[in-house]
Design a protein around this ligand. Structure first.
Ligand code: COA
Length: 170
C-alpha cells in the first residue's frame, strides 16, 4: 500500500480583504471564504493522491470570528485521514491583524474528496501518515467523523426521495 505523509499535502494561501470581498457588515463574505476553503482543500487532496478528485462533502464551516478588512486571512489545509478512495481534508483559517500582528483562528472546516479514475469511478488513494501532535490528534478523531458522514449521507439520500422537483407552475 502506497503511503504519503500529511506534510506532503500541506498547502497555504494568504490574502488581503478587498472592498469587493465584504458583506454589509464590512467583514469577509462567508461565501467568499467557503470558496477559498474548497479551493485550497482540493489542492491538498490532489497533492495527496495525484489523481482527478471531486468534493464529496463539506461537513461544516464554523465561522468563529469575523474577518475585517484590516486583517490578512491565511488558510492552511492538509489531508488528515484516508479511506479507500476518500480523503478527509482539514482547513484552518487564521486571521492576522496587520497593525498589531495579533493572530486568531477565525474558522475551521472538514471536507471529503474522492479520487476518480478516467471512467469517473472511485480509485484507491495512498494511506496518510500523521507525524506532528496536531496531525495525530486529527487523524485519530477522523474515523468517528467518517462514520457520522456515512450516517448523514444515508439520511440525505433517503430525504431526497421525498423532495419534489416540479416547477411551481406545473
Ligand atoms: C462523490 C462520488 C464520486 C461518490 O461516488 P459513488 O459512486 O457514490 O461512490 P461510493 O459510494 O463507492 O463512495 C466512494 C467513496 O466516497 C465516499 N463518499 C461518497 N459520498 C460521500 C459524502 N457525501 N461524504 C463523504 N464521503 C463520501 C464513500 O464513503 C467512499 O469512501 P471510501 O472509498 O474511502 O470507502 C459521487 O457521489 C459524485 O460524483 N458526487 C458529485 C461530486 C461533485 O460533483 N462534486 C462537486 C460539487 S459541485
Amino acid at each position: 500500500m502506497e503511503i504519503r505523509y500529511v506534510r506532503e499535502s500541506r498547502t497555504y494561501k494568504t490574502s488581503r480583504i478587498f472592498p469587493t470581498d465584504v458583506n454589509n457588515h464590512n467583514t469577509l463574505f462567508g461565501g467568499k471564504l467557503m470558496s477559498y476553503i474548497d479551493d485550497i482543500a482540493s489542492i491538498s487532496a490532489s497533492k495527496h493522491c495525484r489523481q482527478s478528485i471531486v468534493t464529496a462533502s463539506t461537513d461544516s464551516v464554523d465561522f468563529l470570528l469575523p474577518i475585517r478588512p484590516t486583517d490578512s486571512v491565511c488558510l492552511e489545509s492538509f489531508v488528515t485521514w484516508t479511506g479507500k478512495s476518500s480523503m478527509e481534508v482539514f482547513v484552518k483559517v487564521i486571521t492576522e491583524d496587520l497593525k498589531s500582528g495579533k493572530r486568531d483562528i477565525a474558522a475551521t472546516s472538514f471536507l471529503t474528496f474522492v479520487a476518480l479514475d478516467e471512467n469517473r469511478k472511485p480509485v484507491i488513494v495512498p494511506q496518510v501518515i500523521p507525524e506532528t501532535q496536531e496531525e495525530i490528534m486529527l487523524h485519530e478523531s477522523a474515523k468517528q467523523r467518517a462514520e457520522m458522514r456515512k450516517f448523514r449521507r444515508e439520511g440525505s439520500k433517503e430525504f431526497s426521495d421525498h423532495l419534489q422537483m416540479k416547477f411551481p407552475w406545473e
